[in-house]
Ligand binder design. Structure first.
Ligand code: ASP
Ligand code: MG
Length: 401
């Protein structure tokens, strides 16, 4: 069997943990399996490297930032190979350049374009454990790139797809995917299985267990994932194609506290206004999430929308640049402390009562809803971030107990 095992930063945070991970990989190897290990940077080292960069230049060139942070993963893979060597197991560490893991040139947020699996295959053939840097890549001009924060999961899934692995295990510091963040919701329970689509919603909604592009890729290439703890031998959660029999109405409650809302008041009520507004933002790669347009009155209308909190200043600056020309309006308001709380479940489409039940939970908790958005498998509300934890608990209690 070919097994890809990915370990996050906390799982390799110190010498003991590195040794524990090494033992776990060696156990599979000694059973005769081919083992590919993908690692993140140790502990908080990516944060520390970013802080170093910002200390010398508050606005560092993104190319250089990637050059710097990619070092974190190189430290963990080389130390892991040394730990295995100390246990007399043949192991080799490889970075993205050595693997030939190619990406686009979008520094700090690059996308994988191709992986050359030959080098890894040759090393496995020579009966070595292969330890690969997560998170990093190289563009076609050999610049170092990174896949965005949390991107090591995506590296692991991409390798599993490229190598046609039999198993792809994502080890983290929790037991699997929960119905809600157990640090916030005490009664949250671990799910045994979840579909790709539900996981995608939970990942992008801030459940924080998996990088959402890793789930997209797993779905696209049919890679079945297991999310499990590196601290114990519990079963974990399987992420795979939807299986109707196991379907629960609501599989989880997620929360994203990193949201800001912008309201553009008094726009002209005529064709092209929304296009121009969102086109300006798109041209700057600013992702817009929930959008709400008011009914027109007296020839004007309002449009409000949400962006990630760390993109709000850039969004405001972009809009300000066009206020005299294509974005004529009365005023632009911003609310920075917004949370998006969502219920996710593949079984909810055909069930009329889900939205009402969610709103009732919020009403009972005295929480005001600012915006609502729905899709086939989720219902989201935007609320004041101060009430986020209370809202999650109220909604979780109502649906899951
Ligand atoms: N080390 C990177 C980060 O902290 C990538 C990862 O952990 O997946 O974002
Ligand atoms: Mg992670």
């Amino acid at each position: 069997m070919l097994i890809v095992k990915k370990f996050g930063g906390t799982s390799v945070g110190d010498k003991e943990r590195i040794n524990r991970v090494a033992d776990r990989c060696i156990a599979d190897y000694k059973e005769g399996h081919d083992v590919v290990v993908v690692l993140s940077a140790m502990g908080k080292s990516t944060d520390e490297l970013i802080a170093k960069a910002k200390d010398i230049n508050p606005n560092p060139p993104k190319r250089e930032l990637d050059m710097l942070v990619s070092v974190g993963e190189q430290i963990s893979v080389s130390l892991m190979a040394m730990a295995m060597a100390a246990k007399e197991v043949a192991a080799v560490s490889l970075n993205a350049f050595q693997v030939a893991m190619h990406t686009t040139q979008a520094y700090t947020n690059a996308r994988l374009t191709s992986i050359d699996a030959d080098r890894i295959r040759a090393e496995l053939e020579a009966r070595k454990i292969v330890i690969v840097t997560g998170f990093q890549g190289v563009d076609k001009a050999d610049n170092v790139t990174t896949l965005g924060r949390g991107g090591s999961d995506t590296t692991a899934v991409a390798l599993a797809a490229a190598l046609k692995a039999d198993k792809c295990e994502i080890f983290t510091d929790v037991d699997g995917v929960y119905t809600a963040d157990p640090r916030i919701v005490k009664n949250a329970r671990k799910l045994d299985v979840i579909s790709y689509d539900e996981m995608l919603e939970l990942a992008s909604l801030g459940a924080g267990v998996l990088h959402n592009r890793s789930v997209e890729m797993a779905k696209k290439y049919g890679v079945e994932l297991v999310v499990r703890s590196s601290l114990n031998f519990n079963e974990g959660t399987v992420v795979k194609e939807d299986t109707k029999m196991e379907k629960m109405l609501v599989s989880g409650v997620a929360c994203d506290k990193n949201v800001a809302r912008i309201a553009v008041i008094g726009l002209q009520d005529q064709p092209g206004v929304a296009f121009k507004l969102f086109n300006h933002l798109a041209n700057h790669n600013i992702n817009v999430d929930v959008i709400l347009q008011s009914i027109g009155r007296d020839g004007t209308k309002d449009i409000s929308f949400t962006v990630a909190a760390d993109a709000v200043d850039e969004a405001l600056a972009v809009m300000e640049n066009h206020r005299q020309t294509s974005l004529i309006c009365e005023k632009i308001d911003v609310e920075r402390n917004i949370a998006k709380v969502s219920v996710v479940g593949a079984g909810m489409t055909s069930n009329a009562g889900v939205a009402a039940k969610m709103f009732e939970a919020l009403y009972d908790a005295g929480i005001n809803i600012k915006m609502i958005s729905t899709s086939e498998i989720k219902i989201s509300v935007l609320i004041d971030a101060a009430f986020a934890d209370g809202a999650m608990n109220a909604i979780h209690a109502k649906f899951i107990g």
